[in-house]
Design a protein around this ligand. Structure first.
Ligand SMILES: CC(C)(COP(=O)(O)OP(=O)(O)OC[C@H]1O[C@@H](n2cnc3c(N)ncnc32)[C@H](O)[C@@H]1OP(=O)(O)O)[C@@H](O)C(=O)NCCC(=O)NCCS
Length: 215
């Protein structure tokens, strides 16, 4: 029988850390993602995202999130891809960690972005999930650089980066909705990576590598 992962290999990918499971969000799991986001991700008025999607009214948040999940899937090609991974802890959906790239075959560079619901922040999950995608990028996809960025005041995100060995890579001023933010860019290589003391368990890698033409 042909399964959904046979048709869309990304759905077969699972990354496991000691406490977390990272895997693509299926349609039936979008409500759990919306509920987690609606429970609160950040202090009111302190938006850590370049697109202020968390400030949408309730009736727009769900459609906006669903549209984003579907867009990431629809636009996923070897030339430009985003693996949008949901985060589960003890079978509860707690956040998202994405891993993306443009022209990966030439640039060997990945980008990341993430969020956790506020009630589980500050327990090391953010570091664990970013370490998971950095390990996957370096050890399985043969990436050479992982970049990220955060508002200069985002001490939690920059704390994860510092702790994993990212180096500061300059600042820029960017328009975030109607706000102007100073954004700190950070950069990690296999040489600077503070590897965790646990092993990443990966399922479903080979079909994903073929699908994304990663050799
Ligand atoms: C950013 C985020 C994913 C980090 O996850 P987290 O689970 O809260 O962070 P962790 O507990 O893993 O902390 C990782 C490191 O950062 C440090 N850190 C975390 N929060 C911090 C804070 N508010 N101030 C200073 N350092 C902080 C921790 O001490 C830890 O460092 P250590 O390993 O040296 O002890 C999470 O806070 C979040 O979702 N925030 C809102 C959304 C967001 O900002 N997303 C990123 C947009 S760029």
């Amino acid at each position: 029988m042909t399964t959904l992962s046979d048709v869309w290999p990304v759905f077969g990918l699972t990354l496991r850390t000691p406490r977390l499971v990272l895997r693509p969000v299926l349609d039936q799991e979008i409500p759990a993602a919306v509920a987690a986001a609606r429970s609160g991700i950040h202090e009111l008025g302190r938006n850590p995202f370049s697109t202020p999607w968390t400030e949408l009214p309730d009736e727009e948040l769900g459609p906006n999130m669903a549209r984003w999940y579907w867009r990431c899937r629809a636009e996923c090609t070897p030339e430009s891809w985003t693996l949008l991974l949901g985060i589960w802890h003890e079978d509860e959906f707690i956040g998202c960690q994405d891993l993306g790239a443009k022209d990966f075959a030439a640039l060997k560079t990945v980008t990341t972005g993430s969020w956790l619901k506020q009630s589980v922040q500050g327990r090391g999950f953010g570091k664990e999930m970013r370490a998971a995608v950095a390990l996957y990028a370096f050890d399985w996809l043969s990436a050479e650089i992982a970049i990220s960025e955060a508002a200069i005041w985002n001490t939690a995100s920059l704390g994860v980066s510092r702790s994993l060995g990212y180096e500061l890579n300059g600042t820029t001023r960017m328009a975030w909705g109607s706000q102007v933010e100073t954004v700190q860019h950070v950069r990690l290589t296999p040489e600077t990576f503070n590897r965790p003391d646990w092993d990443l368990r990966v399922e479903g890698h080979n079909p994903v590598a073929r699908f994304l033409k990663v050799t």
